[in-house]
Design a protein around this ligand. Structure first.
Ligand SMILES: Nc1nc2c(ncn2[C@@H]2O[C@H](COP(=O)(O)OP(=O)(O)OP(=O)(O)O)[C@@H](O)[C@H]2O)c(=O)[nH]1
Ligand SMILES: [Mg+2]
Length: 440
């Protein structure tokens, strides 16, 4: 992620670490290096200047606390100033609400609407997706497909011409869901028509959150665009997408400075779960290469503290282990992220992991997910009903083969037996139950 920006900033820090002495001249040189690093990473000029001047000012004015070498203090200042630009940690409120996405053509709005829906679904909210992109004919189908994949509510009018009318119908149709996520149209540039349309939608929808979706690939013009959107509607948060697809990303980061709204999430892939909460201090420590063991621990913790774990144990021990349970199990493994990414967070290991076995397993699990995404609720709860006809339908829907589906079913049978066997072991079971009950 943002390798180029990261690499050039790390270079600066390495230089600082190797300094034999620090004086005004040295600080000047370091500030110049920081400027070069930021500009290379597509951070815009005015932000680069602002940031580096502040580093310079502090480096010359402040004295490190007793016992702290000046070099380390300088690194701390650099870290703090970059973190400052990105703001504090803000997450999107977890509550019933209406969320509207805005952004230019192709930035990832529709995909991100699906990701947001999935995020809230995991938090046990009911979600409805509302398709208001009337300009791109395929947009309706794209969002509908996502809704089907997630089994969420959906409203749209395939050949509708009036976004406001669709919105009014949609609000009525989706009035019972907890969270409404609205997908809007993109454009090459923010023209008058789009502004008018977005304002109309905003007036009627009265969104709790209006999220600017901006991709990390966008480069220097990002700031200008973000500003234009901010002037049209009230932006409450930003999601930076395609963080996996660029070495620079400074453009998007500069844009955040323009909209004056926090980054809620970053998008790190095309798949529905590729959405990460954005934590500026952690992000910057990673960018600067200060091994991020904290993220790792927290992720593990969140999984261990799954509240309904104890309940699940009970279900499994009574012999009911459905595909849904297996899906959830795989999901919690998935939450940890790709194994190689995980290992990369451990200082010292970064970049050294390249295990084709890990990749193979990951691929298979991903395929299983696609297959299960194509099953109905009923099939997930009572896998016994999945016979030849259903197997074929599921294979078609998930873009796999009947053989893959059968492989999954075999895998499920095996997991079920393993789970049952484990639970049959009384001593082990009591031990686990004790651990889970005590741990939550
Ligand atoms: N690698 C990667 N690709 C992404 C991400 N988010 C979206 N994409 C891809 O970007 C492309 C455009 O995404 P859409 O969601 O259709 O973008 P949009 O803003 O709705 O586009 P329009 O409706 O045409 O304006 C698709 O191919 C997505 O799969 C991300 O975080 N990482
Ligand atoms: Mg779209």
């Amino acid at each position: 992620m943002l390798e180029k920006l990261s690499e050039s900033l790390r270079e600066v820090l390495r230089k600082v670490t190797n300094l034999s002495h620090v004086d005004k001249e040295v600080v000047n040189q370091i500030v110049k290096d920081i400027q070069r690093a930021l500009l290379l990473g597509d951070v815009n000029v005015s932000l680069t200047l602002k940031l580096s001047k502040e580093v310079e000012r502090r480096a010359l004015a402040e004295t490190p606390p007793a016992g702290m070498p000046y070099k380390e203090y300088l690194i701390k200042i650099i870290y703090e100033e970059i973190t400052n630009v990105l703001g504090d940690l803000h997450t999107i409120p977890v509550k019933k609400q209406k969320i509207m996405s805005v952004g230019l053509f192709g930035q990832g709005k529709t995909t991100t609407c699906g990701k947001i829906a999935y995020y809230f679904q995991k938090k046990r909210f009911t979600v409805g997706l509302l398709a208001l992109d009337i300009h791109r004919p395929a947009a309706y189908d794209q969002l509908k497909q996502i809704a089907e994949q997630l089994h969420t509510e959906f409203y749209g009018e395939k050949d509708g011409k009036d976004a406001v009318k669709i919105l009014i119908h949609g609000l009525e149709k989706l009035k019972n869901v907890d969270i409404i996520v609205v997908d809007t149209a993109g454009r090459d540039a923010l023209d008058d028509n789009l502004i008018k349309e977005l304002k109309n939608i905003e007036n009627i929808l009265k969104p709790d959150e209006t999220i600017l979706v901006i991709d990390a690939v966008i480069g220097q013009q990002a700031g200008k665009q973000a500003k234009a959107f901010r002037e049209a509607v009230t932006i409450t948060g930003v999601i930076v997408t395609k963080m996996d697809g660029t070495a620079k990303g400074g453009g998007a980061l500069s844009a955040v400075n323009e909209v004056n709204a926090p980054i809620y999430f970053i998008g790190t892939g095309e798949h529905i779960e590729d959405l990460e909460l954005f934590n500026p201090p952690r992000f910057v420590s990673k960018l600067l290469g200060m091994g991020d063991i904290e993220t790792l621990l927290e992720k593990f913790e969140s999984i261990a503290s799954e509240k309904d774990l104890a309940k699940k144990m009970e279900k499994i021990s009574s012999g009911k282990f459905t595909l849904k349970d297996m899906y959830e199990q795989m999901e919690s493994i998935n939450k940890l992220g790709p194994l190689n990414k995980l290992l990369g967070m451990i200082p010292g290991i970064s970049g050294k992991v390249n295990d084709s076995k890990i990749e193979e397993t990951q691929k298979k699990l991903k395929k299983f997910r696609y297959i299960m995404d194509s099953m109905t609720k009923e099939e997930m709860e009572t896998p016994g009903i999945i016979k030849a006809e259903r197997v074929n339908r599921i294979a078609k829907g998930s873009g796999t083969t009947a053989r893959d589906v059968k492989e999954l079913l075999n895998y499920y049978e095996m997991s079920k037996k393993t789970a049952k066997g484990l639970m049959g072991n009384r001593k082990l079971r009591m031990q686990m139950e004790k651990q889970f009950k005590g741990g939550t």
